[in-house]
Design a protein around this ligand. Structure first.
Ligand SMILES: NC(=O)c1ccc[n+]([C@@H]2O[C@H](COP(=O)([O-])OP(=O)(O)OC[C@H]3O[C@@H](n4cnc5c(N)ncnc54)[C@H](OP(=O)(O)O)[C@@H]3O)[C@@H](O)[C@H]2O)c1
Length: 329
């Protein structure tokens, strides 16, 4: 019998272990056009917190008591589809479980990029694509720009740092703690801010970018967004990707420097990675080139076993990951 995590109760504030429950999945028969996948790698992502609330959003909420969904990579062990063979490694959205049965039309064979399969849940997958298109298309970042990126040691942020450097930009990253900051520096960042130190982000950013910033890639919101507004240059572009600082509290952020966007003609744009899914080939091609040139580094924080999935998920909100947070089944 396959096992899956379900949401038992909708979390209030920071989720607790008791909000999750393991359930059995009866999927002994395989329908026409379906494939059975032994999941090897499961993704936990901050956006999943939003799916735990019963509110209308760009993805529907998780249904209580049912198997949760999320990115997963696994090996096909049974197939009723001519295009997908037993042994194929595929990417799909029936995560949070050890075995998935899904229509073949909902799985994607892994692109041939000569990287380990789990990379397609991180730098070469949804988070990487978010960083890539958010930086280059949403913020319209170009060579010579000074880019500030928050949560720079995470899956999205570490991609932003490296793509920006590869494209000739000056990069300032922020991350929590000396060890993560050292890793971000090793990715090529010109300066790194430890937002957990005693120095307020607005002061640290002023020192790191004395001539101001042209682009802010926001993963965090709150104090980071306000600091970016305080140091935004004329015609700066902000790509608002995420606001993990408020995902659990839901609290509105006080922005002291918001009015700066008027005089400096700052452009702020939110986006969802799915806006760029039809350009995936462009992403694989360009990232493939950077991989081949040896300019991309990747790190993963791996929890072992399906049982650890809630731990891995909760760890995203306390900085438990460097690079992509994953569960190995
Ligand atoms: N718009 C989209 O389509 C899209 C797609 C994917 C992801 N996102 C967003 O992008 C952001 C990054 O996602 P990811 O998957 O790459 O996750 P991640 O950065 O790998 O993991 C989350 C990181 O956020 C940092 N963090 C947690 N709470 C924080 C707080 N209160 N203040 C500052 N930093 C905090 C932690 O790093 P530290 O140790 O450095 O604090 C943690 O490691 C999230 O906001 C996510 O929702 C958006």
């Amino acid at each position: 019998m396959a096992r899956a995590w379900s949401l038992k109760a909708r979390p209030q504030g920071m989720p607790k272990h008791t909000d999750f429950a393991m359930i059995d999945l009866d999927q002994s028969t395989l329908g026409a056009g379906e494939v059975r996948i032994a999941n090897r790698w499961l993704s936990v992502d901050p956006y999943m917190r939003g799916r735990m609330n019963d509110v209308k959003s760009y993805v529907p909420p998780f249904a209580l008591g049912e198997a949760m969904q999320g990115g997963a990579v696994g090996e096909v062990v049974e197939s009723n589809d001519d295009g997908i063979k037993v042994g194929d490694m595929v990417l799909h959205m029936a995560g949070w479980r050890d075995e998935a049965v899904v229509p073949a039309s909902q799985v994607q064979k892994l692109p041939a990029l000569n990287v380990p399969p789990q990379a397609f849940l991180g730098q070469l997958g949804m988070p990487g694509m978010t960083g890539y298109f958010g930086l280059l298309q949403v913020a319209e970042a170009k060579a010579g720009d000074t880019v500030f990126v928050s949560a720079a040691a995470g899956a999205v942020g570490s991609t932003v740092v490296q793509v920006a450097k590869a494209k000739g930009m000056t990069v300032i990253g922020s991350a929590g703690g000396a060890e993560k900051c050292a890793w971000v520096k090793s990715l090529g960042a010109d300066a790194v801010i430890d937002y957990k130190s005693d120095v307020p982000v607005v002061k640290a950013l002023g020192e790191a970018a004395p001539k101001g910033i042209d682009v802010y890639f926001d993963n965090v919101g709150g104090e980071h967004l306000d600091a970016a507004l305080a140091h935004a240059n004329m015609h700066a572009r902000f790509a608002v990707c995420g606001m993990i600082d408020v995902y659990n509290s839901g609290a509105a952020t006080q922005l002291k420097y918001l009015a700066r966007l008027i005089g400096n003609r700052v452009q702020i744009r939110g986006f969802i990675v799915s806006d760029y899914m039809d350009r995936a080939e462009e992403f694989y091609k360009d990232m493939g080139r950077m991989l081949a040139a040896g300019t991309l580094k990747r790190q993963e924080t791996v929890h072992e076993g399906l049982e650890t999935m809630p731990d891995a998920f909760l760890g995203l909100f306390s900085g438990g990951n460097t690079g992509k947070m994953l569960v190995k089944v």
